[in-house]
Write a protein that binds this ligand. Structure first.
Ligand SMILES: Nc1ncnc2c1ncn2[C@@H]1O[C@H](COP(=O)(O)OP(=O)(O)OP(=O)(O)O)[C@@H](O)[C@H]1O
Length: 253
């Protein structure tokens, strides 16, 4: 915008024209990319929840030790009994469910080891696919995720590739995977699969990944969280735009 104003003052009409169009294009792209954040922000404003805007983000719900314990206990049992499972755990803020290939069935139930184990029993209707955990709630089950283009190992199939796929697309989640074949436990973060994990290592990793977020959210107001989301989306948008020309030239070849 500054460059556009400067070029206007310096009498460079062509540059000014191009920069103006670029500014409009960026504004539209940002509005599209940030629509879910804007919607939530405007909804809060519309409801007159001004105080909540300056309070810790309600959506980055504290992962109390008990939630981590329930997840770890469930995974321990599933692994022991070689029952395949795939859990998506949100870290900062909610995931846009449009990033899922199939959104699954809404549950909105309290996290408990019993419920997690029940969901993944092979005879239940919801055992296929992933289960989404937001804070202390199980939001939905039977979610189909986009697969990663990469394969972690030849022994690992689509469940593990789905965990890699969603965590490489979305920064604010991690996935816990239990292999049906071997009972091994994996943790996917930013597209990388850490495996095999012991139960102790899983607990330590979950505490390390989720607890600092709780501490930060406790001091960071909701507006800061909103600004952080804008920053993260802007970085993704810019990196995608920068990757476009090289992809196009590769396609030509
Ligand atoms: N895209 C997906 N999103 C969510 N879950 C998926 C997806 N693809 C497969 N799954 C789950 O993984 C199961 C199949 O696992 P598959 O054997 O192909 O993977 P795997 O990584 O080898 O896992 P395992 O070691 O448990 O066998 C399916 O029954 C389904 O529940």
């Amino acid at each position: 915008m500054l460059a556009s104003a400067l070029s206007g003052r310096l009498g460079l009409p062509l540059l000014n024209f191009v920069l103006e169009k670029l500014v409009i294009g960026c504004a539209v792209a940002m509005a599209v990319a940030l629509q879910s954040e804007f919607r939530r922000f405007l909804e809060q404003l519309g409801r007159g929840e001004f105080r909540q805007l300056f309070q810790p983000d309600r959506l980055a719900i504290p992962k109390s030790d008990s939630v981590i314990d329930e997840i770890v206990e469930a995974v321990k049992e599933l692994s022991k009994n070689r029952i395949g499972a795939l859990l998506i755990v949100e870290t900062t803020g909610p995931i846009d469910e449009r990033d899922f290939s199939v959104p699954g069935v809404k549950l909105n139930a309290e996290v408990s080891k019993e419920l997690i184990q029940t969901i993944f029993q092979p005879k239940t209707l919801l055992h296929d696919g992933a289960t989404l955990i937001r804070g202390s709630r199980i939001i939905s089950s039977g979610i189909i995720l986009p697969l990663s283009g990469r394969t972690a190992s030849r022994q690992l199939g689509t469940r593990h590739r789905a965990a890699m796929g969603i965590t490489e697309r979305i920064e604010n989640c991690i996935c816990v995977v239990v292999s049906e074949e071997t009972g091994s436990i994996s943790l996917a973060e930013r597209g990388t699969l850490n495996r095999p994990l012991t139960i102790r290592k899983l607990k330590e990793s979950l505490e390390a990944l989720l607890s600092p977020i709780v501490d930060r959210e406790a001091v960071a107001p909701g507006l800061l969280s909103f600004v952080r989301q804008i920053g993260s989306k802007t970085r993704t948008l810019v990196s995608r735009l920068l990757r476009l020309p090289s992809t196009a030239s590769r396609d030509k070849k």
